[in-house]
Design a protein around this ligand. Sequence first.
Ligand code: HPA
Ligand code: ZN
Length: 335
Amino acid sequence: MKDFIRDIPKAELHVHIEGTLEPELMFSIARRNDISLPFDSVEAAREAYQFQDLQSFLNIYYAGANVLQTERDFYELTRAYLEKAVRQNVRYTEIFFDPQTHTDRGISFETVFKGIDRALSEAKTDLNISSRLILCFLRHLSEEAAMETLERAIPYRDRIVAVGLDSSELGHPPEKFKTVFDRARRHGFLTVAHAGEEGPPEYIKQALDILKVSRIDHGVRCLEDEKLVDRLRIEQIPLTVCPLSNVKLRVFDRIEHHNLKKLLDRGLCVTVNSDDPAYFGGYVVENFEAIQMGLNLSRNEIVRLAKNSFVASFLSNDVKQKYLEELDDLTRDDL
Ligand code: HPA
Ligand code: ZN
């Protein structure tokens, strides 16, 4: 099963580029930029990655992101993620980035964007992995701040497929960002939002009705609302679920108690993703392995999850079809 999970083609749809910053790279960039870190060593950093909830993680995640200063830093960060993804047979990835985490420290939007974008363009040719970018607004900040960030991004609209919403969920409902999402859609951005990770099903409904999202990031709390589950199934709204993240941030107390199989059994379009792999103990393959073992998923279910990752993506229908056929060909003998 391990080899099977690694070898099948996959797409990753929920990964924060700042969350791929491994402690080794964090230390090397910190040294280069002469920045002090709140950890004494790589090992101490890894040991500090014990979280009580989303906020306790975000505090450490933002501290780590502080080391990123130059275009080269953002390039190296992105390149390292793409090299790992390719080794796991991730063929296509939609990557979140959080410009405000950097612009609020005086790093320009251009520095962040250009470093990431250069790594993505290069990898399309030399690593054979394609990707798109999703700009996330930090929901603990104001809508005006999100609007300023959107203005910075509009010149790069052809390189940024969608806008999303991340950071502290509770107390920051999707409706807070109606105006900026309306404006983003008018400029041709698709929309997604983190909702129903720690927040209630009501936030998922707001994301759909007010922000007009194409997908829900996380969304695992939807099961608390039967009517919402029916709607997600009928409309086939994808959920980008992140199993190891949910355990690390105590959304579920252990992987065996994760609701991913229930979501699949209810007919929802569920995908498996890594969220912040450097902090949560694994990339997409480790997430597949953990959830497969924790919930005793069948090969059929693994194939379904891999297929969903392409179905739920922002790829064109033609390209989606090509990946789905490849998965069918690879697994025909198994099924
Ligand atoms: N939730 C909200 N914000 C985030 C996350 C997450 O899982 N990861 C990085 N920013
Ligand atoms: Zn996330």
